[in-house]
Design a protein around this ligand. Sequence first.
Ligand code: HEC
Ligand code: HEC
Length: 332
Amino acid sequence: MLKKWNISQLTGLATSVVISLLLFACESKSETSKFEPLAPDDFEKGLSELGERLFFDKKLSVDGSIACAECHIPALVFTDGKPVSRGIHGRKGKRNSPTLFNAANQDKFMWDGGVKTLELQALVPLQDTNEMGHMVSDLIPELEQVPYYDSMARALYNRSFDPFVLTRALGQYQRTLYREASRYDQWKRGEIVDDRLEKGNDLFINQLNCASCHTPPTFANNSIVNTGRYIHYEDPGRYRITGKVSDSGAFKVPTLRNVEMTAPYMHDGAMKNLDTVIDHYARGGVDHPNKDERIVPFELTKQERADLIYFLHSLSDEQYKNHWEKVFRTIQ
Ligand code: HEC
Ligand code: HEC
């Protein structure tokens, strides 16, 4: 069973009950000065709530201007809607912000798969001068001053707030961001009948072989391939990590869950909409010595193209979509 999330964890509002329980547990412990580990469920909830607070905290950037959530916006399924992200002082990055929705099920991170764990990954944007630009050695003393962070670190691990707690908490929070609650999932479980979805599914799985890379249920497969986007790639992708010519232009297969809400697409955000993406695949990409052999030209009727897009839209988490639509309406 894959990891599930709960909608309240998306709201950015910590569920204060657990926090107060933890703080209470912490206070009563300090009386006896004996640390008693929390029950596994309370531990996971507490760690994830701490991670959530950190994720939305602008103190993490060197000038207090941006949080992780600036580039991974919950309302955009943790992407930022821009071709490439902008960090502190408006500095432009080189890549598109990927959704964090499937973080729990991945064994490598970044578009080039260059980072092995979520815990290590957190240190990259923190220290990158184009992103948050904050040396961890300077950041930790600042966060340690925040009473909530310090008491949570003590309640969870019986230690003061440090890089270990910071990375574990951010990792745990991101692992909660996965659910199987789309129309596709309802259809797959036999709860609804939808002929159009079925036709789109047939195209996606059987006729066009999209699922050989975007494999259900995550619609990704942890592999890194060249899809023939360019003859000369400005960003060499996986080659940057391995130095192997055969890895040039290879990028990690992204999840297509919620793809309706994560435009613009691809590692460089160069494709504005799903029509453009389908055009690319239908052409069979361009010639590149590393292009994967599954990227081959195909033709779709107007109706088939519409069914394929309908299918891709059916991968949106319904509750999630409704939740954020409501939030937008409240703001307007
Ligand atoms: C300035 C914008 C920006 C900020 C701030 C930022 N990120 Fe990112 N994030 C990105 C971009 C762009 C990528 C893709 C980078 C790459 O592939 O080289 C990324 C990649 C990731 C990934 C890898 C996802 C995957 O599927 O491979 C994770 C996880 C992540 N960020 C978490 C975080 C966390 C946690 C923070 C806060 C500590 C954070 N990000 C802050 C822009 C940002
Ligand atoms: C050989 C593996 C492979 C196959 C087959 C494949 N894809 Fe992809 N797909 C990828 C990779 C890798 C990327 C990212 C490429 C990049 O960033 O340059 C991608 C990106 C995408 C994106 C953009 C997602 C985002 O968040 O940016 C969509 C949409 C997509 N593919 C849909 C499809 C459809 C529809 C098919 C079938 C017609 C298909 N893919 C077939 C590997 C594949």
